[in-house]
Design a binder for this molecule. Structure first.
Ligand SMILES: Cc1cc2nc3c(=O)[nH]c(=O)nc-3n(C[C@H](O)[C@H](O)[C@H](O)COP(=O)(O)OP(=O)(O)OC[C@H]3O[C@@H](n4cnc5c(N)ncnc54)[C@H](O)[C@@H]3O)c2cc1C
Length: 398
C-alpha cells in the first residue's frame, strides 16, 4: 500500500522496551487491530527483581487480558513480615493478614513471572526485536522514520516509549532526563543471595533512619531477594550506567551493621543480577510529543515506595492502547490518554509522601514511634490505600 492510500487510523506501532509496560501495551494494541513491533535492548524479556504487587485497577487490566489465572497461580503468598531493630533483635513478627498483603484478591508475584506471562500472551502475535534499540527518530507528517542501532530502518505511525525510568525514547524526543526526576532522597540495590536464614514465604525488614535492608523469600527456595536502600541527598546520575560504581556507592552506604548487613553487602558486590536505581518519580507535564508517547515508568514512575510502578504501567498501557484505537488522530488519542490517566497517576504518586512511609521512617523519632507501636502491636502499619489503587474505573474500549 502506498503512503497516499494509508488508512486514516494509526496502524503500525513500534514499542521500545519489553518489560511490563511494553508487552502490556503490545497486547492491547494487537487486540485493537494494530500491527505491533517491540524492540528491546536486552537479549530477551528481562526477568528478575523484587516481587511486585498487582491490585485495584491493575487487577482488572490483567483480568481483561485473560492472564489472571496464571498470575493467581504465581501469587507468592507471603505469610509473615518480621521487623528487626538496628541492633539485630526482633521487634515484631506480623502475620501477613495484619499487613494486608494479598487482601481483596491483590496479587504479589515475582517480577520475572509477570514479565514471562505478559510475553507469553503476545509472543505469537507481535514481532520482537531483541538486542536492538532505537538510534534515531524522524517525525514526519506521514509517519515516523526509525533507524535502529542494528542499521535497520522502518517507518511507523506511532512510537511508544516503554523503556523505564531512564527512558531512551524520552531522551531522544525531550533531551536529558535530569529535569523529569522528582528525587525522593534515596537509592536502592536489589539482588538475589543464598537463603542463609532458611526463610520461607516471608520477609524481614531492618531499618535505621538512613538505611533499610530487606530479605524476602517469595517461596522456600535456596535464593532470597535482598534489598539495600539508603538515603542520599543528591541523585547520582553519574553511576546509572556504571555497575562497578553502583556497587561501591551501596557498600559505602553500609560500612558496618548488625544483623545480616555485612553478608548482604558482600553478596551485593558479587551479585550478577544487581538492579540499582534511585527512589525517584518521573513527573512530566506531557507524556507525548508528535507521534511519540511514553508509558509506564518512562512517563510516570511513582517509585517503589508506592508499590504501584507495575500497576501504573499496566493501567497506562491499557488506556494508551485504548485511546489510540478510539481516535483516528494520534494527537487526539494522546490528549485523551493524558485526560483519563493523569488523575490516577497523581493520586498514586502522592502515596510516596516524600519518602517517609510506615515501612521506611525517615527520622529517629518516627522510627522509635513505629518500633514502639510494633512492639505493643497497638498500631499496626496502616491499611493499604485501596481507594487509590482502584481510583480509575477502566474505560471500555472493546
Ligand atoms: C531487570 C529489572 C529488574 C527490576 N527490579 C526491580 C526491583 O527490584 N524493584 C523495583 O521497584 N523495580 C524494579 N524494576 C522496575 C520495575 O519493573 C518497573 O518499575 C515497573 O514494573 C514499570 O515497568 P516498565 O515496563 O515501565 O519499566 P521497566 O521495568 O524499567 O522496563 C523497561 C524496559 O525497557 C528496556 N530498555 C531500556 N532502554 C532501552 C532501549 N534503549 N531500547 C530498548 N529497550 C530498552 C529495559 O531493558 C527494560 O526491559 C526492575 C526492572 C528491570 C528491567
Amino acid at each position: 500500500m502506498t503512503e497516499t492510500h494509508r488508512p486514516r487510523r494509526n496502524r503500525s506501532v513500534l514499542v521500545s522496551g519489553a518489560s511490563i509496560a511494553g508487552p502490556a501495551i503490545a497486547y492491547w494494541l494487537h487486540r485493537h487491530g494494530f500491527d505491533v513491533t517491540v524492540v528491546e535492548k536486552a537479549g530477551t524479556v528481562r526477568g528478575g527483581g523484587y516481587p511486585i504487587d498487582i491490585r485495584g485497577s491493575a487487577l482488572e487490566v490483567v483480568r481483561r487480558m485473560n492472564v489472571l489465572p496464571q498470575l493467581q497461580k504465581a501469587h507468592v503468598n507471603t505469610r509473615r513480615i518480621t521487623f528487626v531493630d538496628s541492633d539485630g533483635s526482633t521487634i515484631a513478627a506480623l502475620p501477613a493478614e495484619n499487613i494486608a498483603i494479598g487482601a481483596d484478591g491483590d496479587l504479589e508475584v515475582r517480577r520475572g513471572d509477570l514479565t514471562g506471562i505478559l510475553h507469553d500472551a503476545v509472543r505469537e502475535s507481535v514481532a520482537f526485536m531483541f538486542n536492538d534499540s532505537i538510534a534515531t527518530l524522524d517525525d514526519r507528517p506521514d509517519g515516523i522514520e526509525v533507524t535502529f542501532r542494528s542499521g535497520a530502518r522502518r517507518t511507523f505511525d506511532v512510537v511508544v516509549g516503554a523503556d523505564g525510568i531512564h527512558s531512551h525514547t524520552r531522551r531522544l524526543i525531550l533531551g536529558p532526563e535530569e529535569r523529569f526526576h522528582h528525587y525522593l532522597g534515596a537509592c536502592f540495590a536489589g539482588f538475589t543471595l543464598p537463603n542463609h536464614l532458611g526463610l520461607s514465604h516471608e520477609g524481614m525488614l531492618w531499618n535505621t533512619p538512613t538505611q533499610r535492608a530487606a530479605l524476602y523469600a517469595a517461596g522456600s527456595g535456596r535464593q532470597v531477594y535482598g534489598l539495600l536502600s539508603f538515603r542520599r541527598p543528591d541523585l547520582p546520575f553519574d553511576v546509572f550506567r556504571a555497575p562497578d560504581a553502583q556497587r561501591e556507592l551501596v557498600a559505602a552506604a553500609f560500612p558496618e551493621g548488625s544483623w545480616e548487613i555485612p553478608r548482604m553487602v558482600a553478596e551485593m558486590r558479587a551479585a550478577e543480577d544487581l538492579f540499582f536505581d534511585a527512589v525517584t518519580q518521573i513527573r512530566m507535564t506531557s507524556w507525548s510529543l508528535g507521534r511519540v508517547a511514553l508509558v509506564g515508568d518512562a512517563a510516570y514512575a511513582p517509585s517503589f515506595l508506592t508499590g504501584q510502578g507495575t500497576g501504573l504501567a499496566l493501567v497506562g498501557a491499557y488506556v494508551l492502547a485504548g485511546e489510540l484505537a478510539a481516535h483516528a488522530d494520534h494527537a487526539e488519542a494522546f490528549d485523551a490518554y493524558d485526560r483519563v490517566l493523569r488523575p490516577f497517576v497523581t493520586l498514586n504518586q502522592e502515596l510516596a509522601n516524600e519518602g517517609d512511609t510506615e515501612l521506611f521512617p525517615a527520622t529517629e523519632e518516627s522510627l522509635r514511634e513505629r518500633n514502639a507501636a510494633l512492639r505493643t502491636l497497638s498500631a499496626l502499619p496502616a491499611d493499604p490505600p485501596h481507594a487509590t489503587y482502584s481510583a480509575l474505573t477502566l474505560p471500555d474500549y472493546d
